[in-house]
Ligand binder design. Structure first.
Ligand code: HEC
Length: 298
């Protein structure tokens, strides 16, 4: 009898343990990197951090540190107190419709302002960014004066893209970000958005050769056969025969080296599913790169 009772209480305990274990996950804290940062990137960076000069009101929303620095008004976040936090006041409309953020655009959805409110209420903490980030780098981009250089990113539906140009010593000369939202559907590619930095002219103190880094983050889950293609460099620069290298993103393995004309379609069929970059170099030393995903769908 005693024995049976003990068994029951142990089972009960196990049951309670399960209940308690599930409580924290139901009221899980809002994650800055997974939930708040994408809202800011896609709706606010355009005027608050897309490049070092775009800091309307003295505010950059680009990183958690930037938010902590505040704006011309002072701090924009009062941890634990959304209604006293300008960040929340301006997106919720509490500061008046005329200055509701994003300025001049459709307001955030109720779900988005709630996410920001809860995050501030929870203490506005930073957390490790575990969202997928795709990066491609071009070791050498030649900026020929006065030819404008064009960087293009073709991305499935929604993402935030950032281009950075650095010199050989790693000095950042240029940084520009942009949200990709509009979907288009050109034949054969699937649903994509496009982001282009147009007419980038070489600064007077820039060297002729630069490294270009493209970062793509907060990409919405792609439709099954969509391809993420990020290109950098100017296609018209490619002259003569190109040397092409295909590198698997996982493990950074070079899976193919060839000479000829780049054809993504061919490689999308040949490769095992996964992410790859394709680098090309022509016989004048111009380089280009795209990031793409080889999928199972043909
Ligand atoms: C189209 C440009 C634009 C967009 C997009 C935009 N803002 Fe603003 N924002 C402004 C301007 C302009 C000001 C006012 C600057 C001033 O009056 O000094 C401002 C001011 C602010 C301020 C007050 C800072 C201060 O000291 O004046 C906050 C907070 C703010 N924005 C947050 C946001 C958030 C969050 C988003 C995205 C949901 C956003 N903004 C999107 C242009 C924009």
């Amino acid at each position: 009898m005693r024995h049976a009772l003990r068994r029951i209480s142990i089972e009960l305990l196990a049951f309670f343990a399960c209940v308690f274990a599930s409580v924290p996950s139901a009221a899980q804290a809002v994650s800055f990197s997974r939930e708040v940062a994408p809202i800011l990137a896609l709706n606010c960076h355009a005027c608050h951090g897309a490049n070092p000069e775009s800091v309307a009101g003295g505010l950059s929303t680009r990183t958690w540190r930037d938010l902590k620095k505040g704006s011309n008004l002072g701090r924009v976040i009062v941890p634990g107190n959304p209604s006293r936090s300008p960040l929340y006041q301006f997106v919720s409309g509490a500061r008046g419709e005329a200055t509701q953020m994003p300025l001049g655009g459709p307001p955030l959805t109720l779900e988005q302002t709630e996410t920001i409110r809860k995050w501030i209420l929870d203490g506005a903490a930073e957390d490790a960014d575990t969202s997928p980030i795709y990066r491609i780098g071009l070791p050498s981009v030649r900026l020929e004066r006065p030819t404008p250089v064009r960087f293009a990113a073709r991305i499935p539906v929604t993402a935030y893209v950032e281009l950075e140009l650095v010199d050989s010593r790693g000095r950042s000369l240029y940084r520009e970000g942009g949200a990709v939202k509009k979907a288009r559907e050109p034949a054969g590619i699937g649903v994509i958005g496009e982001w282009i930095v147009w007419n980038l002219r070489r600064g007077s103190d820039w060297p002729e050769h630069l490294r270009a880094l493209l970062t793509v983050r907060y990409a919405a889950p792609e439709p099954e056969n969509a391809v993420l293609v990020v290109g950098a460099g100017e296609p018209q620069f490619y002259e003569g025969e190109s040397e092409i290298q295909i590198v698997a993103m996982s493990g950074n393995r070079t899976v193919a080296k060839l000479r000829g004309t780049p054809s993504l379609d061919h490689w999308k069929r040949e490769l095992t599913p996964g992410w790859y970059t394709m680098h090309s170099k022509d016989n004048r030393g111009n380089e280009g790169a795209v990031l793409f995903r080889a999928g199972t769908s043909r």
